[in-house]
Design a protein around this ligand. Structure first.
Ligand code: 5GP
Ligand code: ZN
Length: 112
């Protein structure tokens, strides 16, 4: 499949890996928006949050356990943000489900 994140998971495109297990893969964003900016993706190709249903939602719970673990390892004890952009208006640029872990600075609200 011609998917950037599937290729990163397969090692066909290099990445700065943070974590990997049988269900998910985490790597540093190539264009970090904060001192810590990590993407966590399911190994299974799911297009976005909008494509989550009862057949594939278990991996999402697992990913959130991994997010909490990575945040601790990254020293984000003062807080951080988890973001998933969806579709055109959500400004999603890579159509493979991913959760951004963004931290290491004060966040702003509301998001732009
Ligand atoms: P989205 O815009 O879909 O929410 O997030 C896609 C993210 O993937 C962006 O933050 C972008 O910087 C990151 N990204 C795009 N291409 C690559 C790449 O080849 N390697 C890495 N590590 N990150 C990428
Ligand atoms: Zn994919």
């Amino acid at each position: 499949m011609d998917c950037l994140f599937c290729k990163i998971i397969a090692g066909e495109i290099p990445s700065n890996k943070v974590y990997e297990d049988d269900q998910c893969f985490a790597f540093r964003d190539i264009n970090p928006q904060a001192p810590t900016h990590i993407l966590v993706v399911p190994k299974q190709h799911i297009e976005s949050v909008d494509a989550i249903d009862s057949t594939n939602s278990a991996v999402v719970g697992h990913i959130f356990e991994v997010i909490a673990k990575i945040a601790k390892e990254e020293g984000l004890e003062n807080g951080y943000r988890v973001v998933s952009n969806i579709g055109e208006q959500g400004q999603q640029t890579v159509p493979h489900l991913h959760f951004h872990i963004i931290g290491g600075r004060d966040m702003t609200w509301p998001p732009g």
